[in-house]
Design a protein around this ligand. Structure first.
Ligand code: AMP
Length: 213
């Protein structure tokens, strides 16, 4: 049996940053559908080529594709894995499909709340290393040398979907889908809401409490 914790939240709400830390220090398997798709794009697979068109426009990839990708990945994990889902489910059909996989029941669903203005600031200022994937921010976490990754010296780039116009579209799509997801998990008494507009360390401490770690 695989225990699944779902991290819900808008793009830029800090789910990925928190999940990476939990994976490093608390043996969670971090599954980010956005990262999986970006890896597929880099590798030039059919999935990557199909997904890129939607991702660059800030639109969602089809439910069928995403449900297939996640169920395949979850099934391939060792038994008793502790999984953090980051970026999935994003729609009600995805949540319903996830709830039907008996071997990987969803435990807690944690919703990261951040005001929209702050999300826009975080996303449009984000710069990501093209080599190692480390994430920086032009104002709140600038690299030591402009445009160069502190960790590996790779070039820092803006994700195509972090440009201002595309960010607005991603946030609008998030708002349109998310209330259905919140209702779905609230009815099952799985939803925990968390103020994610706080420093990384403090948010991590709150998460550890919620996860009883
Ligand atoms: P993220 O890195 O989570 O912001 O995801 C980047 C992009 O990948 C999204 O804007 C979508 O185009 C696509 N994507 C990631 N996860 C999903 C999902 N569960 N359903 C549909 N599209 C997704």
């Amino acid at each position: 049996m695989t225990a699944v914790t779902v991290l819900l939240g808008a793009p830029g709400s800090g789910k990925g940053t928190q999940a990476k830390r939990l994976a490093q220090h608390h043996s969670f398997v971090h599954l980010s559908t956005g990262d999986m798709l970006r890896t597929a794009i880099k590798a030039g697979t059919t999935l990557g080529n199909e997904a890129k068109v939607f991702m660059d426009r800030g639109e969602l990839v089809s439910d069928a594709t995403m449900i297939g990708l996640i169920s395949e990945t979850v099934c391939s994990l060792p038994q008793k894995s502790k999984v953090l889902l980051d970026g999935f489910p994003r729609t009600l059909p995805q949540a319903e499909a996830l709830s039907k996989t008996a071997s990987s029941p969803v435990g807690k669903v944690i919703f990261f709340q951040v005001p929209e203005k702050e999300l826009i600031r975080r996303l449009t200022g984000r710069r990501v290393c093209s080599k190692c994937g480390a994430s920086f921010h032009l104002i709140s976490l600038p690299p030591k040398k402009d445009g160069i990754c502190d960790s590996c010296g790779g070039a820092l780039l803006q994700r195509p979907d972090d440009s201002e116009g595309v960010v607005q579209k991603r946030l609008a799509i998030f708002v349109a889908q998310n209330s259905q997801l919140l209702d779905f998990y609230r009815k099952q008494a799985k939803l925990v809401e968390i103020d994610a507009n706080q420093p990384v360390e403090e948010l991590q401490a709150s998460l550890l409490k919620i996860l009883s770690l």
